[in-house]
Design a protein around this ligand. Structure first.
Ligand SMILES: CC(C)(COP(=O)(O)OP(=O)(O)OC[C@H]1O[C@@H](n2cnc3c(N)ncnc32)[C@H](O)[C@@H]1OP(=O)(O)O)[C@@H](O)C(=O)NCCC(=O)NCCS
Length: 243
C-alpha cells in the first residue's frame, strides 16, 4: 500500500523536476485571492482638499507611539476593523518598523476618553516626498456616519501641512469602502508602479487582471457618481462592483 507521505514526497519531486509546475501552482494560489492583491492609487497633488467638517464633540488626538494603553487601543481598533487578532508585535511591525513606509504620525478619533478610530500618516521610505495613508480603522459602533471619511481627509490635511505634495494609497479590492472614499477625494488607480511602492511578487498576468479589475471599479464608480449626485451612501456597496 502506498503511504500518504510517499505520495506527497513523490508529488513534491515532480513539482521540483518541472519548475513550470511550481509557477502554475503559485499563480493559481494567488488567483484564488485576487481581492487581497495590492492595488495602488494616487492623488497627484494635495492642493484643493475639501475643508474638514466639524465633528464636535468628537475630536482627534495624536497617538503617543510608546504609551501602552494607546498601543492597546490601536490594535483593538485594528482587530475589530480587519477581523484580526493582532498584538503588540504586529503594532511594532506595522507602525514602528514598517518595511516600506515611515509612519510619521498616527491619529486617534476620540469620543470623550474612548478611542474609536485610527489612521496613520506616512511617507515612503524610498521617496519621502510622497505621502501614504496607512491603517484606517473605525470602531463598529461608529460606522456609516462619515467618520472614516473624515479620518482620511484629516490625514491628507496633515500631510499637506507637513509639506508633502502628493499622496498614494496601497490597499486591496477587499476594502472597497476605503477605495471609494479615496476616489471621492480625487485618488485614481495607479497601474504603473514606482520604485518606492510595495512590490509584492505577483505574476504578470495576475497584475494585469488586477489592474483591469481596479480600473473597471474606478470607471464604474465614476459613472455611478455622475448618476447619484446625492451621495453614495444611498447606493448599496454591492451595486458598485466588478462583474
Ligand atoms: C473604511 C472605514 C474606516 C470607513 O468608515 P465608515 O464609517 O464605514 O465610512 P464613512 O461613513 O466614513 O464613509 C462614507 C463614504 O464611503 C464611500 N461609500 C460608501 N458607500 C459607498 C458606495 N456604495 N459606493 C461608493 N462609495 C461609497 C463614500 O465616499 C461615502 O461618502 P459620502 O456618503 O459622502 O458619499 C470602515 O468601514 C472600516 O473600518 N472598515 C474596515 C477596515 C478597512 O477597510 N480599512 C481600510 C483599509 S485600506
Amino acid at each position: 500500500m502506498i503511504s500518504r507521505a510517499f505520495m506527497s514526497d513523490m508529488l513534491r519531486g515532480i513539482v521540483k523536476s518541472f519548475p513550470i509546475l511550481g509557477s502554475v501552482r503559485r499563480y493559481l494560489n494567488s488567483y484564488t485571492s485576487l481581492n487581497s492583491v495590492i492595488v495602488y492609487f494616487r492623488r497627484a497633488d494635495l492642493r484643493n482638499l475639501p475643508t474638514l467638517k466639524n465633528i464636535s464633540p468628537l475630536y482627534v488626538k495624536e497617538m503617543s507611539v510608546s504609551e501602552e494603553p494607546q498601543i492597546k487601543a490601536w490594535f483593538n481598533i485594528i482587530n475589530q476593523s480587519f477581523s484580526t487578532s493582532w498584538g503588540k508585535e504586529d503594532y511594532i511591525r506595522n507602525i514602528i518598523n514598517h518595511k516600506i513606509y515611515n509612519i510619521l504620525h498616527t491619529y486617534f478619533l476620540m469620543d470623550g476618553e474612548k478611542y474609536i478610530g485610527v489612521v496613520s500618516e506616512a511617507v515612503f521610505k524610498k521617496n519621502k516626498q510622497v505621502g501614504v495613508t496607512h491603517y484606517l480603522g473605525l470602531n463598529m459602533d461608529y460606522l456609516g456616519r462619515g467618520l472614516g471619511k473624515y479620518l482620511i481627509l484629516y490625514a491628507l490635511h496633515k500631510m499637506k501641512e507637513h509639506g508633502l505634495k502628493s499622496c498614494e494609497g496601497e490597499s486591496s479590492l477587499d476594502h472597497k469602502k476605503s477605495l471609494f472614499i479615496h476616489f471621492d477625494y480625487g485618488f485614481c488607480p495607479k497601474t504603473k508602479l514606482d520604485y518606492w511602492n510595495t512590490a509584492k511578487h505577483s505574476p504578470v498576468l495576475m497584475r494585469a487582471i488586477i489592474n483591469y479589475m481596479f480600473s473597471r471599479l474606478y470607471k464604474k464608480w465614476k459613472r455611478t457618481k455622475a448618476c447619484y449626485n446625492t451621495g453614495f451612501s444611498e447606493t448599496p456597496l454591492d451595486d458598485v462592483r466588478v462583474d
